[in-house]
Design a protein. Structure first.
Length: 277
């Protein structure tokens, strides 16, 4: 029998003890309200090792001390550990429901996308709004926020790999995207008129004050709550529902269920809720 392969830990560039992981868990929860499960240990190592290298540091403990003393590095720390999985028209039933709601409620003025990531979700919302009104100039304000400054910068730019719009209908591709040429070959850019419909801002949902004016007509807050513990979920949901108009809509993610909060919301569709007021 051959020799046993070395343990993964021994091949790591930086020592990464259980205590380091626990400290990362505590810091991310304290600063961003996000709960990291133990299954994320390898992800934490690989993402933060990049930051340690970039800063020219020698260990996790050294790096975490920098995070504690630097606002800028704290932002990089949160950016590195937050997941940004998204796509255009993800969970399409929400966008069908939004179009119906806009047609039935011509007085709608404000839509908030509370975890905009790299922009695919708010731009999908903007496409629906433009289609319903038959124009890029509409009375609706679309606010898109995220805790991660890097993904917000990418969202504002509105440039994506061509493959990301493969499932977007041909008519929408023609109307809402420019295909890149030359050095931009293989990329697409959201048309300027659509980009101008969305206002991006940095916002941490676990902070006590939000720079969002209410009342709101529609809130998209999808697949965000799963990263919070139960008390934080309830706190954020209560606050958001309080900002909605009585007939407003709250769009939740496919893995989120708020049916137990009957004092706050009632289901009006698949992962779609209305405030109880």
């Amino acid at each position: 029998m051959g020799a046993m392969p070395p343990r993964m830990a021994s091949t790591r560039e930086f020592a990464f003890e259980r205590a380091d992981f626990l400290k990362v868990q505590q810091m991310l929860f304290k600063k961003a309200g996000i709960k990291l499960t133990d299954a994320k240990e390898a992800m934490v190592y690989s993402r933060l090792a990049r930051r340690i290298r970039a800063k020219g540091l020698l260990s996790f403990s050294e790096y975490l001390a920098v995070v504690n003393s630097s606002e800028n590095e704290l932002e990089q720390f949160i950016n590195a550990l937050t997941t940004n999985l998204t796509s255009f028209f993800r969970e399409p039933h929400h966008f069908t429901a939004l179009a119906d709601y806009l047609r039935d409620n011509p007085q709608v003025t404000t839509i908030w996308c509370a975890a905009s990531s790299t922009g695919e979700e708010p731009y999908s919302i903007a496409m629906v709004v433009a289609e319903v009104f038959g124009s890029f100039k509409t009375p609706i304000k679309i606010i898109a926020s995220d805790i991660d400054s890097k993904v917000l910068a990418k969202a504002k730019e509105g440039v994506y790999p061509l493959a990301t719009i493969a499932k977007v209908s041909e008519s929408r591709q023609k109307q809402f995207f420019h295909k890149g040429k030359g050095s931009f070959e293989g990329k697409v850019r959201v048309v300027d008129e659509l980009r101008q419909m969305v206002q991006f801002k940095k916002l941490n949902l676990t902070e006590s004050k939000w720079s969002i004016s209410s009342p709101l007509d529609v809130i998209f807050c999808r697949n965000v709550m799963i990263y919070f513990d139960k008390p934080t979920q309830l706190k954020v949901l209560t606050k958001m529902v309080g900002m909605l108009k009585p007939q407003g809509l709250y769009m939740a993610g496919h893995s989120e269920n708020f049916n137990m909060h009957t004092n706050l919301v009632r289901p009006v569709g698949k992962t779609i809720y209305r405030p109880v007021k």
